[in-house]
Design a protein around this ligand. Structure first.
Ligand code: ARG
Length: 261
């Protein structure tokens, strides 16, 4: 996670960002610290990436790389405003014992557009990550990549439209179908017939932008409609308020890069 010390909304690269709307920075910091501390209370280790002035979106750490089995594919950002973040992530991994760290050729925004299931890597395209990155990711990780077309600019990253609830069991996902093209919806229905299907209200509350450890699901507390369905499936929903960071178009998942191995 990267502290939101330099978080601002000074430009707009997704429909949630309005540079005219003030951000309460101390509140953003408090909300972010609350999430970080919650992870720790739940027994997880949280590493912190040093934030850099002039990179207001760096708080969305999930976009900086994709890590699977301890191998790291760095990001290449779609917008120039975020380009410089990629090097900071690569340097962090190289300085923390990761040996297989690759700089990518094609545009990909890390975990923003890639989700890990036991059998596949699910990959978003349409707004940020290039379709060419899907082949690059498949080649690097040696896992089958399933390309999914995002069609609604409000759900510009895969992690705003889909969440893997348990990465040890195939099929444990939740998603918002309307964010995907008809063909991609059919692919999702075929792969995940028992998925938890989100309503528009929960998707709009950024409910898909959640982090699950296989038992606890940390998600925006306003995504109320998901709490009961998650409980019915045996998960424990943990409501989080990241209202200030939502002004940049991100929530729980966006600010959390998962170190898999
Ligand atoms: N303002 C950032 C952007 O538009 C938000 C990134 C959100 N991150 C995510 N994983 N969806 O790039």
């Amino acid at each position: 996670m990267c502290p939101p010390e330099h978080f601002r909304v000074t430009y707009s690269i997704n429909p949630w960002m309005d540079p005219g709307k003030p951000v309460d920075l101390p509140l953003a910091v408090t909300q972010w610290e609350h999430l970080r501390d919650r992870y720790r209370v739940l027994g997880h280790t949280v590493e912190e990436l040093e934030p850099q002035p002039g990179l207001p979106d760096m708080v969305y750490a999930a976009n900086g790389a994709l890590v699977v089995d301890g191998r790291v594919l760095g990001a290449r950002f779609a917008y120039p405003e975020r380009t410089a973040e990629a090097a900071a992530h690569l340097a962090w991994y190289r300085g923390h014992g990761y040996e297989d760290v690759r700089e990518p050729e094609h545009i990909n925004e890390g975990e923003g557009d890639f989700a890990v299931t036991p059998s596949w890597l699910l990959a978003g395209r349409g707004f940020r990550s290039s379709p060419l990155s899907h082949g690059e990711v498949q080649e690097f990780f040696g896992r089958p990549v399933i390309g999914l077309d995002l069609i609604d600019p409000r759900y510009y990253h895969l992690d705003t439209a889909l969440c893997v609830l348990d990465d040890t069991v195939d099929g444990e996902v939740m998603y918002y179908p309307e964010a995907f093209s008809p063909g991609s919806r059919a692919v999702l229905a075929r792969l995940f017939p028992d998925a938890l299907i989100a309503t528009e209200a929960d998707a709009r509350a950024f409910g898909m932008n959640a982090v699950s450890d296989g038992h606890h699901v940390l998600l925006p507390q306003t995504a109320q409609g998901l709490f009961e369905p998650l409980r019915e499936r045996g998960y424990e929903p943990v409501g989080i308020d990241l209202g200030e960071l939502l002004k940049g178009g991100g929530s729980v998942k966006c600010v959390t890069a998962e170190l898999r191995g």
